[in-house]
Design a protein around this ligand. Structure first.
Ligand code: KG4
Ligand code: ZN
Length: 321
Protein backbone atom coordinates (compact mmCIF):
# COMPACT_ATOMS: atom_id res chain seq x y z
CA UNK A 1 0.00 0.00 0.00
CA UNK A 2 1.53 3.32 -1.11
CA UNK A 3 0.43 6.74 0.09
CA UNK A 4 1.10 9.41 -2.55
CA UNK A 5 1.30 13.16 -1.90
CA UNK A 6 1.46 15.89 -4.57
CA UNK A 7 1.71 19.66 -3.96
CA UNK A 8 3.89 20.95 -6.82
CA UNK A 9 1.55 23.70 -8.03
CA UNK A 10 -2.01 24.61 -7.06
CA UNK A 11 -3.53 21.18 -6.41
CA UNK A 12 -3.24 19.61 -2.98
CA UNK A 13 -3.54 15.88 -3.60
CA UNK A 14 -3.20 12.55 -1.78
CA UNK A 15 -3.88 9.01 -2.98
CA UNK A 16 -3.64 5.40 -1.91
CA UNK A 17 -2.42 2.97 -4.56
CA UNK A 18 -1.64 -0.73 -4.22
CA UNK A 19 1.62 -2.33 -5.35
CA UNK A 20 -0.16 -3.82 -8.37
CA UNK A 21 -1.54 -0.46 -9.46
CA UNK A 22 -5.10 -0.30 -8.15
CA UNK A 23 -6.19 3.18 -7.08
CA UNK A 24 -8.01 2.80 -3.75
CA UNK A 25 -8.45 6.56 -3.29
CA UNK A 26 -7.43 9.73 -5.07
CA UNK A 27 -8.32 13.07 -3.51
CA UNK A 28 -7.55 16.35 -5.28
CA UNK A 29 -8.29 19.73 -3.76
CA UNK A 30 -7.85 22.42 -6.39
CA UNK A 31 -6.95 25.95 -5.39
CA UNK A 32 -7.93 27.35 -8.80
CA UNK A 33 -10.67 29.56 -7.37
CA UNK A 34 -8.25 31.07 -4.93
CA UNK A 35 -5.83 32.11 -7.70
CA UNK A 36 -8.43 33.03 -10.35
CA UNK A 37 -8.64 36.67 -9.33
CA UNK A 38 -4.90 37.06 -9.94
CA UNK A 39 -5.09 35.34 -13.35
CA UNK A 40 -2.41 32.84 -12.36
CA UNK A 41 -0.92 30.92 -9.45
CA UNK A 42 0.56 33.11 -6.69
CA UNK A 43 3.33 30.93 -5.19
CA UNK A 44 3.15 32.21 -1.61
CA UNK A 45 -0.65 31.92 -1.55
CA UNK A 46 -0.34 28.37 -2.90
CA UNK A 47 2.15 27.33 -0.19
CA UNK A 48 -0.05 28.64 2.60
CA UNK A 49 -3.10 26.89 1.21
CA UNK A 50 -1.20 23.60 0.86
CA UNK A 51 -0.29 23.92 4.52
CA UNK A 52 -3.99 24.18 5.46
CA UNK A 53 -5.06 21.35 3.18
CA UNK A 54 -2.34 18.71 3.11
CA UNK A 55 -3.23 16.79 6.29
CA UNK A 56 -7.03 16.92 5.77
CA UNK A 57 -6.50 15.68 2.20
CA UNK A 58 -4.24 12.83 3.40
CA UNK A 59 -6.85 11.90 6.02
CA UNK A 60 -9.59 11.95 3.44
CA UNK A 61 -7.59 9.70 1.10
CA UNK A 62 -6.95 7.15 3.85
CA UNK A 63 -10.60 7.37 4.90
CA UNK A 64 -11.97 6.82 1.44
CA UNK A 65 -9.53 3.94 0.85
CA UNK A 66 -10.90 2.50 4.09
CA UNK A 67 -7.48 2.00 5.65
CA UNK A 68 -5.55 3.37 8.60
CA UNK A 69 -1.97 4.60 8.46
CA UNK A 70 -0.82 1.22 9.82
CA UNK A 71 -1.49 -0.34 6.44
CA UNK A 72 0.70 2.10 4.51
CA UNK A 73 4.09 0.62 3.57
CA UNK A 74 5.71 3.53 1.73
CA UNK A 75 5.12 7.23 1.20
CA UNK A 76 5.70 8.61 -2.31
CA UNK A 77 5.94 12.37 -2.75
CA UNK A 78 6.64 14.85 -5.53
CA UNK A 79 10.16 16.22 -5.04
CA UNK A 80 10.13 18.49 -8.13
CA UNK A 81 9.89 20.23 -10.50
CA UNK A 82 7.38 22.84 -9.39
CA UNK A 83 6.98 25.82 -7.08
CA UNK A 84 9.59 25.19 -4.45
CA UNK A 85 7.56 26.55 -1.51
CA UNK A 86 4.58 24.44 -2.55
CA UNK A 87 6.73 21.33 -2.99
CA UNK A 88 8.28 21.77 0.45
CA UNK A 89 4.86 21.55 2.12
CA UNK A 90 4.10 18.15 0.58
CA UNK A 91 7.65 16.91 1.07
CA UNK A 92 7.64 17.91 4.76
CA UNK A 93 4.26 16.28 5.33
CA UNK A 94 5.46 13.09 3.61
CA UNK A 95 8.66 13.02 5.69
CA UNK A 96 6.67 13.50 8.89
CA UNK A 97 4.21 10.70 8.10
CA UNK A 98 6.97 8.33 6.96
CA UNK A 99 9.27 9.14 9.87
CA UNK A 100 6.55 8.73 12.49
CA UNK A 101 5.82 5.23 11.16
CA UNK A 102 9.44 4.36 10.32
CA UNK A 103 8.48 3.91 6.69
CA UNK A 104 10.60 4.35 3.58
CA UNK A 105 10.10 7.53 1.53
CA UNK A 106 10.03 7.61 -2.28
CA UNK A 107 10.93 10.95 -3.90
CA UNK A 108 9.15 11.13 -7.26
CA UNK A 109 9.78 13.41 -10.22
CA UNK A 110 6.54 15.14 -11.21
CA UNK A 111 7.09 14.49 -14.92
CA UNK A 112 7.76 10.77 -14.39
CA UNK A 113 4.58 10.90 -12.32
CA UNK A 114 2.52 12.18 -15.25
CA UNK A 115 3.84 9.32 -17.41
CA UNK A 116 3.05 6.84 -14.61
CA UNK A 117 -0.63 7.85 -14.82
CA UNK A 118 -0.60 5.34 -17.70
CA UNK A 119 0.61 2.44 -15.52
CA UNK A 120 -2.47 2.16 -13.34
CA UNK A 121 -5.28 -0.40 -13.44
CA UNK A 122 -7.69 -1.18 -15.02
CA UNK A 123 -5.78 -0.68 -18.30
CA UNK A 124 -2.07 -0.29 -17.62
CA UNK A 125 0.17 0.51 -20.59
CA UNK A 126 3.60 -1.11 -20.66
CA UNK A 127 6.69 0.65 -22.08
CA UNK A 128 8.13 1.13 -24.64
CA UNK A 129 6.00 3.89 -26.17
CA UNK A 130 6.26 7.47 -27.35
CA UNK A 131 4.79 9.90 -24.83
CA UNK A 132 3.56 13.45 -25.33
CA UNK A 133 3.49 15.19 -21.95
CA UNK A 134 1.53 18.42 -22.30
CA UNK A 135 0.67 20.36 -19.18
CA UNK A 136 0.60 23.91 -17.86
CA UNK A 137 4.31 23.82 -17.13
CA UNK A 138 5.77 21.47 -19.75
CA UNK A 139 5.50 20.21 -23.30
CA UNK A 140 7.73 17.22 -23.85
CA UNK A 141 8.08 14.40 -26.31
CA UNK A 142 9.56 11.41 -24.56
CA UNK A 143 10.80 8.06 -25.76
CA UNK A 144 9.71 5.94 -22.79
CA UNK A 145 11.88 2.83 -22.65
CA UNK A 146 10.99 1.61 -19.18
CA UNK A 147 9.13 2.67 -16.04
CA UNK A 148 10.72 5.99 -15.06
CA UNK A 149 13.27 5.63 -17.84
CA UNK A 150 12.75 8.02 -20.73
CA UNK A 151 14.72 10.04 -23.22
CA UNK A 152 13.69 13.59 -24.06
CA UNK A 153 13.24 14.09 -27.78
CA UNK A 154 11.82 17.59 -27.77
CA UNK A 155 10.39 20.36 -25.65
CA UNK A 156 8.88 23.81 -26.06
CA UNK A 157 11.12 26.75 -26.90
CA UNK A 158 8.75 29.21 -25.18
CA UNK A 159 5.26 28.61 -23.74
CA UNK A 160 3.99 25.19 -22.68
CA UNK A 161 0.89 23.93 -24.51
CA UNK A 162 -1.31 24.34 -21.42
CA UNK A 163 0.09 27.82 -20.92
CA UNK A 164 -0.84 28.64 -24.54
CA UNK A 165 -4.38 27.45 -23.81
CA UNK A 166 -4.51 29.52 -20.63
CA UNK A 167 -3.16 32.67 -22.29
CA UNK A 168 -5.52 32.26 -25.26
CA UNK A 169 -8.44 31.82 -22.90
CA UNK A 170 -7.45 34.98 -21.11
CA UNK A 171 -7.34 36.97 -24.37
CA UNK A 172 -10.84 35.69 -25.10
CA UNK A 173 -12.08 36.68 -21.65
CA UNK A 174 -12.65 33.09 -20.50
CA UNK A 175 -11.17 33.21 -17.01
CA UNK A 176 -8.50 31.11 -15.32
CA UNK A 177 -7.41 28.35 -15.73
CA UNK A 178 -8.70 28.61 -19.23
CA UNK A 179 -7.76 25.37 -21.02
CA UNK A 180 -10.91 23.46 -20.19
CA UNK A 181 -13.04 26.57 -20.75
CA UNK A 182 -11.51 27.22 -24.19
CA UNK A 183 -12.05 23.55 -25.04
CA UNK A 184 -15.75 23.90 -24.16
CA UNK A 185 -16.10 27.17 -26.12
CA UNK A 186 -14.46 25.56 -29.19
CA UNK A 187 -17.20 22.98 -29.55
CA UNK A 188 -19.61 25.56 -30.93
CA UNK A 189 -17.08 27.18 -33.27
CA UNK A 190 -15.61 26.78 -36.74
CA UNK A 191 -11.95 25.67 -36.51
CA UNK A 192 -11.30 26.93 -40.05
CA UNK A 193 -12.63 30.44 -39.40
CA UNK A 194 -9.23 31.97 -38.60
CA UNK A 195 -6.00 30.75 -40.22
CA UNK A 196 -3.81 30.82 -37.13
CA UNK A 197 -0.21 29.75 -37.77
CA UNK A 198 1.46 26.54 -36.68
CA UNK A 199 5.07 27.40 -35.89
CA UNK A 200 7.72 25.67 -37.95
CA UNK A 201 10.35 24.48 -35.54
CA UNK A 202 13.15 22.07 -36.35
CA UNK A 203 13.23 18.58 -34.86
CA UNK A 204 10.74 17.66 -32.16
CA UNK A 205 10.58 21.01 -30.40
CA UNK A 206 7.51 23.23 -30.13
CA UNK A 207 6.81 26.95 -30.08
CA UNK A 208 3.50 28.57 -29.14
CA UNK A 209 4.34 32.23 -28.55
CA UNK A 210 3.74 33.29 -32.20
CA UNK A 211 0.29 31.74 -32.10
CA UNK A 212 -0.58 33.66 -28.96
CA UNK A 213 0.50 36.90 -30.67
CA UNK A 214 -1.62 36.03 -33.73
CA UNK A 215 -4.67 35.68 -31.48
CA UNK A 216 -3.86 38.95 -29.76
CA UNK A 217 -3.78 40.76 -33.13
CA UNK A 218 -6.98 39.07 -34.31
CA UNK A 219 -8.80 40.15 -31.15
CA UNK A 220 -7.45 43.66 -31.52
CA UNK A 221 -8.50 43.92 -35.18
CA UNK A 222 -11.97 42.57 -34.53
CA UNK A 223 -12.74 44.91 -31.64
CA UNK A 224 -14.67 44.06 -28.51
CA UNK A 225 -18.16 43.49 -29.89
CA UNK A 226 -17.03 41.40 -32.87
CA UNK A 227 -14.64 39.35 -30.71
CA UNK A 228 -17.54 38.61 -28.40
CA UNK A 229 -19.73 37.57 -31.33
CA UNK A 230 -17.04 35.33 -32.86
CA UNK A 231 -15.58 33.97 -29.67
CA UNK A 232 -16.42 30.33 -30.43
CA UNK A 233 -14.77 30.57 -33.88
CA UNK A 234 -11.68 32.20 -32.39
CA UNK A 235 -11.45 29.52 -29.70
CA UNK A 236 -11.93 26.66 -32.16
CA UNK A 237 -9.36 28.04 -34.61
CA UNK A 238 -6.84 28.70 -31.86
CA UNK A 239 -7.32 25.24 -30.37
CA UNK A 240 -6.89 23.65 -33.79
CA UNK A 241 -3.51 25.36 -34.24
CA UNK A 242 -2.25 24.01 -30.90
CA UNK A 243 -3.63 20.55 -31.60
CA UNK A 244 -2.07 20.48 -35.07
CA UNK A 245 1.37 21.21 -33.69
CA UNK A 246 1.05 18.53 -30.99
CA UNK A 247 -0.29 15.93 -33.43
CA UNK A 248 2.32 16.55 -36.13
CA UNK A 249 5.33 16.37 -33.84
CA UNK A 250 4.00 13.31 -32.03
CA UNK A 251 3.43 11.45 -35.29
CA UNK A 252 6.84 12.55 -36.65
CA UNK A 253 8.60 11.40 -33.48
CA UNK A 254 6.77 8.10 -33.53
CA UNK A 255 7.82 7.49 -37.14
CA UNK A 256 11.43 8.46 -36.52
CA UNK A 257 11.92 6.46 -33.32
CA UNK A 258 9.93 3.46 -34.48
CA UNK A 259 7.89 3.68 -31.27
CA UNK A 260 4.54 2.92 -32.82
CA UNK A 261 2.41 3.29 -29.73
CA UNK A 262 1.77 6.89 -28.74
CA UNK A 263 0.42 8.01 -25.36
CA UNK A 264 -0.60 11.48 -24.14
CA UNK A 265 -0.50 12.64 -20.51
CA UNK A 266 -0.78 15.93 -18.57
CA UNK A 267 -3.58 18.49 -18.27
CA UNK A 268 -3.80 19.09 -22.03
CA UNK A 269 -4.48 15.36 -22.57
CA UNK A 270 -7.99 16.22 -21.37
CA UNK A 271 -8.55 18.35 -24.50
CA UNK A 272 -11.40 17.03 -26.64
CA UNK A 273 -9.91 18.36 -29.90
CA UNK A 274 -6.62 16.56 -29.24
CA UNK A 275 -8.42 13.36 -28.31
CA UNK A 276 -10.47 13.51 -31.50
CA UNK A 277 -7.40 14.22 -33.65
CA UNK A 278 -5.52 11.17 -32.33
CA UNK A 279 -8.10 8.37 -32.28
CA UNK A 280 -5.54 5.55 -32.28
CA UNK A 281 -3.59 7.01 -29.39
CA UNK A 282 -3.70 6.11 -25.70
CA UNK A 283 -4.71 9.01 -23.42
CA UNK A 284 -4.33 9.10 -19.64
CA UNK A 285 -7.72 8.58 -17.94
CA UNK A 286 -9.49 11.96 -17.72
CA UNK A 287 -9.33 12.16 -13.92
CA UNK A 288 -5.57 11.52 -14.03
CA UNK A 289 -4.68 14.11 -16.71
CA UNK A 290 -4.41 17.15 -14.45
CA UNK A 291 -2.25 17.00 -11.33
CA UNK A 292 -3.08 14.24 -8.85
CA UNK A 293 -1.33 12.00 -6.34
CA UNK A 294 -2.36 8.62 -7.81
CA UNK A 295 0.18 9.15 -10.59
CA UNK A 296 2.86 10.00 -7.99
CA UNK A 297 2.10 6.85 -5.98
CA UNK A 298 2.08 4.92 -9.26
CA UNK A 299 5.60 6.06 -10.11
CA UNK A 300 6.54 5.37 -6.48
CA UNK A 301 6.27 1.69 -7.36
CA UNK A 302 9.23 1.99 -9.74
CA UNK A 303 11.49 4.59 -8.08
CA UNK A 304 14.02 3.52 -5.49
CA UNK A 305 12.86 4.31 -1.96
CA UNK A 306 14.98 5.88 0.76
CA UNK A 307 15.00 3.83 3.96
CA UNK A 308 14.01 5.31 7.33
CA UNK A 309 15.34 7.75 8.53
CA UNK A 310 17.79 8.74 5.76
CA UNK A 311 15.44 11.17 4.05
CA UNK A 312 14.97 13.89 6.63
CA UNK A 313 17.39 16.29 4.90
CA UNK A 314 15.96 15.65 1.42
CA UNK A 315 15.34 18.88 -0.50
CA UNK A 316 12.84 19.83 -3.22
CA UNK A 317 13.96 21.04 -6.66
CA UNK A 318 12.22 23.75 -8.66
CA UNK A 319 13.23 23.09 -12.25
CA UNK A 320 13.82 20.02 -14.34
CA UNK A 321 17.38 19.24 -15.31
O1 KG4 B 1 -0.90 18.75 -15.59
P1 KG4 B 1 -1.50 19.99 -15.06
O2 KG4 B 1 -2.61 19.87 -14.05
O3 KG4 B 1 -0.45 20.92 -14.37
C1 KG4 B 1 0.90 21.01 -14.65
O4 KG4 B 1 1.67 20.12 -14.25
O5 KG4 B 1 1.23 22.03 -15.30
O6 KG4 B 1 -2.00 20.82 -16.34
C2 KG4 B 1 -2.74 21.99 -16.22
C3 KG4 B 1 -2.92 22.58 -17.60
C4 KG4 B 1 -3.50 23.99 -17.57
O7 KG4 B 1 -2.73 24.80 -18.42
C5 KG4 B 1 -4.91 23.78 -18.12
O8 KG4 B 1 -5.43 24.91 -18.77
C6 KG4 B 1 -4.70 22.64 -19.07
O9 KG4 B 1 -3.80 21.78 -18.39
N1 KG4 B 1 -5.96 21.95 -19.38
C7 KG4 B 1 -6.50 21.89 -20.62
C8 KG4 B 1 -7.72 21.18 -20.50
N2 KG4 B 1 -7.88 20.82 -19.19
C9 KG4 B 1 -6.79 21.30 -18.52
N3 KG4 B 1 -6.07 22.38 -21.79
C10 KG4 B 1 -6.82 22.15 -22.88
N4 KG4 B 1 -8.01 21.51 -22.85
C11 KG4 B 1 -8.49 20.99 -21.69
N5 KG4 B 1 -9.66 20.33 -21.69
ZN1 ZN C 1 1.55 18.39 -13.71
Amino acid sequence: MILGIETSCDETAAAVVTEDGHVLASVVSSQADLHARYGGVVPEVASRRHLDLVLPVVREALGSAGISLDRVERVAVTQGPGLVGALLVGLSAAKAVAWARRLPLVPVDHLDGHVASLYLEPEPLEPPFLCLLASGGHTLLLAVRGHGRSERLGTTLDDAAGEAFDKGARLLGLGYPGGAELDRMSRGGDPAAFPFPVARVAGFDFSFSGLKTALLYAVRDLGEAETERRRADLAASYQRAIVRALVKKSRDASAETGLERIAVVGGVAANSGLRAALPEVRFAPLELCTDNAAMIASQGRYTESLPYPGYLALDAYASFS
